[in-house]
Design a binder for this molecule. Structure first.
Ligand code: SF4
Length: 274
C-alpha cells in the first residue's frame, strides 16, 4: 500500500510542470537582445583568460580618443558624483583607512575603523593611542600587525614633522610609513581634489581590457590614463574606473551584458559581440 501511494505521488509530480524561476531584469534584457540577433554568446573561460593575459601584456587593441571620451561621458552620466567606499571623516582618517585597505576589502576595513576613529580621529590622538591599542582595534584586518605599526609611526610623524596635518604633496605623503604611490594618489584625489589616478587591481584590469590604457605595470597604466582621459573627467576618473572594475568588469566573469561601455570596449574576451 505504502509503495503504491509513493508510486502515484511520483507519477503526479513527474506530470506537474516545473515552475519557471523569474529571470532577473538584466538576464531578460540580454535574452531579448540575443533573440534580435544583436548580442551574444558567452565566450569560453579559456578565451577570456587568454585575452586577459594578452591585455595585461599590453597587447589589447587601443580605444580611440573619441571612444574614451564617450566612455567617460556614459560613466559620468550613470554616476555623477562617485566617491570612495571607505568610511572616513577627514583627510587623516581617509589616509589611515587607505593604509589599512592594502590587500583587504573596503567592507572589511569599514567594520574595524568606526571603533578606531571614535578613539582617534587626529594624528595626535592616534599617536597617543599607541601601537598596541591600534593593533587590538584592527585585528580583523589582514596584515594588522604591520599596519598597526605603520599607523602609529605615521601618526607620530604627522605630529612631529607636519604640525598634525596631512601633507598635500606626493613626496611628503610617500615619505610616511606604509604609504606608497597608490595610497598617496587616493588621498590627493579624494581628500584634496587633485587629478590623480591610483591604479589598483581594478583600474589596471579595466585600463588594459578596454584598450583605454594598456601597460605591463600599474605605473604604465596610470601615466597613460592621465594622458588619454579628457581633462573634464580626470577629477573623478579614478572612482569611475574602480567602481566599474569592482562591480561590472569583474576579474573572473565580467558582466559585459550590463556594461554601459560594452560597444566601445576593445577587449577580445568580452562576453558580448558589438
Ligand atoms: S564590455 Fe565592459 S565589462 Fe566587458 S570587458 Fe569590456 S569593459 Fe569589461
Amino acid at each position: 500500500m505504502v509503495k503504491t501511494l509513493a508510486k502515484s505521488a511520483a507519477k503526479k509530480s513527474a506530470k506537474k510542470p516545473l515552475r519557471k524561476a523569474a529571470a532577473k531584469p538584466s538576464v531578460r534584457k540580454a535574452v531579448t537582445k540575443a533573440k534580435k540577433g544583436k548580442a551574444a554568446k558567452v565566450k569560453p573561460a579559456r578565451a577570456r583568460k587568454k585575452a586577459d593575459i594578452a591585455a595585461a601584456e599590453g597587447a589589447s587593441p587601443a580605444m580611440t580618443p573619441a571612444q574614451i571620451a564617450e566612455a567617460f561621458r556614459r560613466l559620468a552620466a550613470a554616476n555623477p558624483e562617485p566617491t570612495t567606499e571607505l568610511t572616513y571623516t577627514n583627510p587623516f582618517t581617509l589616509l589611515v583607512a587607505v593604509v589599512l585597505s592594502a590587500q583587504a576589502t573596503d567592507a572589511g576595513v569599514n567594520k574595524a575603523t568606526p571603533a578606531l576613529f571614535a578613539l582617534a580621529d587626529t594624528p595626535a590622538k592616534m599617536a597617543a593611542l599607541g601601537e598596541d591599542r591600534i593593533r587590538e582595534l584592527i585585528k580583523t584586518i589582514g596584515l594588522f600587525r604591520t599596519k598597526a605599526k605603520n599607523v602609529a609611526l605615521l601618526a607620530h610623524k604627522l605630529v612631529t614633522e607636519h604640525g598634525g596635518e596631512v601633507p598635500k604633496t606626493r613626496e611628503a605623503l610617500e615619505a610616511l610609513p606604509g604609504v606608497g604611490r597608490k595610497t598617496a594618489n587616493v588621498v590627493l584625489n579624494t581628500a584634496f581634489g587633485e587629478h590623480t589616478i591610483a591604479v589598483d587591481t581594478h583600474i589596471f584590469r579595466v585600463g588594459n581590457r578596454t584598450g583605454m590604457a594598456s601597460g605591463k605595470t600599474p605605473y604604465d597604466v596610470e601615466v597613460k590614463l592621465e594622458q588619454v582621459i579628457p581633462p573634464e573627467y580626470l577629477r573623478h576618473a579614478h572612482h569611475w574606473l574602480i567602481l566599474h572594475g569592482r562591480y561590472t568588469c569583474i576579474a573572473r566573469k565580467p558582466l559585459c551584458e550590463r556594461c554601459v561601455i560594452a560597444d566601445l570596449c576593445r577587449w577580445p574576451g568580452k562576453t558580448t559581440v558589438n
